[in-house]
Design a protein around this ligand. Sequence first.
Ligand SMILES: [Zn+2]
Length: 175
Amino acid sequence: MPDIPSIAAGTAGAATTFKLLFEAVKAALGLAKSADVNNAILEIQQKLLEHQTAYFDLVEKHQAVTVERDALKQELLQIKQLQANFERYELKTLAPGFSAYVLKESAAGGEPPHWLCPHCKESGMVGMIQLSANDSFEAQFFPGEKNTAHLVCGNCRAAFTMPRAAFDALWDKFA
Ligand SMILES: [Zn+2]
């Protein structure tokens, strides 16, 4: 039979052991609890990150679409302006085999009469037709060329010729 002191000691020891065990369980529970919480926090953070990434993707796409839309608006505006400008001209046959866009007097707005290159107009560009720098040279050195006017497009450099009489009659005239 154990004596009283040893029972008391045993009880005290058991109590100590139980207390330690209780602390350990409590700590384990606490750990488990904080691990769960940590996992939940990680999960939430992960989801937040996914949403943030998706949000930034959307913002980026929206910006790209906005830039593209603005560029298209600008392009459309330029096409409309170009179209409106071309409406100021009339396609006229200036000589056999030579047609060009001639400025209408009603749309001149103070500009002198002039002709636009049909090739450039086809490409949506404005090309002013001018008397070629070669014209006087040709007339001076090639007598046969005196009766021919030599013209050139200031934009695409296409060369045109027409009878000088027709050129003199039409050059300063509106459509
Ligand atoms: Zn041209």
